[in-house]
Design a protein around this ligand. Sequence first.
Ligand SMILES: O=C(O)CCC(=O)C(=O)O
Ligand SMILES: [Fe+2]
Length: 330
Amino acid sequence: MLSGKVACGEYNIPVVDFKLLVNGTTDQRSQAIRDLGRACEDWGFFMVINHGVPEALKEAVMKAFSEVLSLPEEETAEYLEAASMDPIQIGTGYYSATDEAQHLRHYLKMFVHPEFHCPAKPERLRDIAAKFATQTRHLMQQLAMAISESLGLHDGRIPQALNLDSSIQMLAQNHYPEYTGTDGVATALPPHTDPGIFALIFQNGVDGLQVQHNGQWILATPVPGAFFVLAGDQLEIVTNERYRAVIHRAVIGHEQTRTSVISMLAPCPDAVIEPVQELVAGSRVRVGFRGIKFRDNIIAHQRSNRANGQTAKDVVRAQDGVTAHTEQCL
Ligand SMILES: O=C(O)CCC(=O)C(=O)O
Ligand SMILES: [Fe+2]
């Protein structure tokens, strides 16, 4: 069952024009940087257009991933029941095998950077996934530089604080089967924030991603060709909560299957990510993280796997004791 009011059309999801961000005139660039900053501050979510990743490549990735998910079980047995940091994973539900919503999502995840992992079949997948990984990684790296600028920092500051040179990248595909329950719509992925830095998402033309904004659930409908960009926990930590990780969920309904493809960037598991000093100095509050290893954030993420509105950050805070780390910096 679905909870929470959903608003559509009432809010305009922010759009960032990547072409203007990198190649615009000085005025256009400044405006695009401002748009980016506002989107990260108000939503933690936006669409990026004119990003340069060809439609044909996106379609090819989605198709090849779908083929992996339709292979007979004996051909993918080694990827089933994999642990969260295993290089290739196929599974159902959110994370846990006892998840009530198990039948509502079928997923493939693969780590593609710094080492590239990929199922052997279909053969063409390796090439397609490698190209898609490189292009989307480049896009996210440039977004991280622009984010530095939007915060008034020099353009390498946020990438440096996130250890972006040693970052890990994961590609994933979610397949949501059609939902035939009598209540019409169901939550296939419970509310959560992503544990990484950013995720780029595109879908097969069927909506179902909802983001929380001003306490309301907003159904995300893309402008043609756009990627959704979701800010994750690490961006929130490094910016001392100036920019927010977006709480989101996936719903299914309307008797249509939905497929989404994700490219996600995260710090290397042993990097300790903490707020950038320049952003702590001028701020009233230092966020509730002393600096947390990304590996520990992933573990917290898995513990937040119930549809209870709890995010990985809440779990980390609960473990550490909220008051111990939420310091007033007056
Ligand atoms: O399928 C979607 O649109 C969202 C997927 C998602 O949030 C995730 O895999 O973390
Ligand atoms: Fe997510």
